[in-house]
Design a protein around this ligand. Structure first.
Ligand SMILES: C[S@@+](CC[C@H](N)C(=O)[O-])C[C@H]1O[C@@H](n2cnc3c(N)ncnc32)[C@H](O)[C@@H]1O
Length: 353
């Protein structure tokens, strides 16, 4: 369904980036250095400097190899800068410049020719250790409508996702955006890729999409096809986060939840956006958000949290009752927490007092 060959390099890198230096070095040794470097270069893009990466006594040159400034770093530091949480300055950094002869412009010309070097070096180092920014800012930068343009969701995402931000998460978002245009959409996938610095970000859309990114993959498929979603979950999951921002038709939202929630990891979250359609009949909703609507399904989980108080206090309950440990509602968006809900209920004698 998806070409996951690259993940065999990326996934261990993302895991090891926050480990101690010995473990990171041994992970790098177990991978092909060229493949690791390819991931680093994909992440940082083009720059106007030469980047020399050292690993295991070897140095290789990248980016603009004829540039007037050379930035040298250990490969492990580059990986830690990109995917790690270490705020220290670069322990292995060296910046050198070829020493051009004075030309007819003399000393003044020599100094003038070096003016842009600091900026080029800084741009590269900023790309190698990106500053963490608020999700609202990222939404604006990448053009996601999750902040503004009818929705004010990022404040809620920030609150619920903060604990996962630096983890090597797997995210699946239903709905890439841009509808039938293969070259448009992907704003939120790019935002998640930047927010989750160690995240693998998967997007699903019914339309063909050309969205790419160093840690983004896209899949074409229909969120109303439960069998397809189950196969997707087996192949790419378990997910730490699933976000439903697809068709918003009530029937589709319910089908997707039932098919994908089993593929959410314990401690993970399933998010449903645009719940206003639960109240709109033309989308399969009802003004009272009755049980057959998306909100109807989500509301039933609230009672499910306390099911041990009405049935057998030590009974098993249904799969959803046992595996939903929390739910938060905000305007038009809900966060369902996956976790064991197995506390026993109050004893029978108390119920009849
Ligand atoms: C609101 S846009 C997603 C926006 C994107 N998540 C963002 O925040 O930038 C909804 C997308 O869902 C897709 N979609 C509609 N019906 C779908 C279905 N049945 N299965 C999967 N995707 C669907 C549309 O093609 C469209 O691109």
């Amino acid at each position: 369904m998806v070409d996951t060959a690259r993940w065999t390099v990326l996934a261990p890198l993302l895991q090891a980036a926050t480990a101690g230096r010995d473990l990171l070095d041994s992970t790098l040794r177990g991978l092909t250095p060229g493949a690791v470097i390819a991931e680093v270069l994909r992440e940082i893009g083009e720059h106007d400097v030469r980047l020399d990466l050292r690993f295991d006594g070897h140095t290789t040159s990248h980016l603009r190899t004829d540039a007037g400034v050379v930035v040298t770093l250990d490969l492990a530091d580059a990986v830690r800068g990109l995917y790690g949480t270490d705020a220290r300055p670069w322990p292995s950094l060296a910046v050198t410049t070829p020493n051009p002869d004075l030309d007819e412009h003399g000393m003044a010309g020599w100094f003038h020719s070096r003016k842009g070097l600091a900026q080029s070096v800084q741009e590269l180092l900023s790309a190698l250790k990106p500053v963490r920014r608020d999700l609202g800012e990222l939404a604006v930068e990448f053009g996601s409508d999750k902040w503004g343009d009818l929705h004010w969701y990022t404040q809620h995402y920030e609150r619920h996702f903060a604990r996962l931000r630096t983890e090597p998460v797997k995210v699946l978002e239903i709905g890439i955006g841009g509808y039938d245009d293969p070259d448009s959409g992907g704003a939120s996938l790019r935002m998640w890729q930047r927010y989750f610095q160690r995240g693998l970000i998967h997007g699903l859309d019914i339309a063909r999409k050309n969205v790419t990114g160093p840690r983004i993959t896209t899949v074409r498929g229909d969120q109303s096809d439960a069998g397809f979603l189950d196969r997707l979950g087996r192949e790419l999951g378990p997910f730490d986060v699933v976000i439903d921002d697809g068709s918003h038709l009530n029937e589709h939202v319910r089908t997707s939840f039932h098919a994908l929630f089993p593929h959410v990891r314990a401690g993970g979250l399933y998010v449903v956006e645009d719940l206003q359609t639960s109240y709109w009949p033309s989308w399969g909703g009802h003004p009272d958000a009755t049980p057959a609507t998306s909100m109807g399904l989500l509301k039933s989980f609230v009672d499910g949290l306390n099911r041990a108080e009405v049935g057998d206090p030590r009974g098993e309950g249904t799969y959803l009752e046992r595996n939903i440990s929390g739910i938060s509602f905000h305007h038009n968006i809900a966060f369902v927490e996956k976790g064991l809900n197995a506390e026993e209920g109050g004893p029978a004698f108390l119920r009849t007092l």
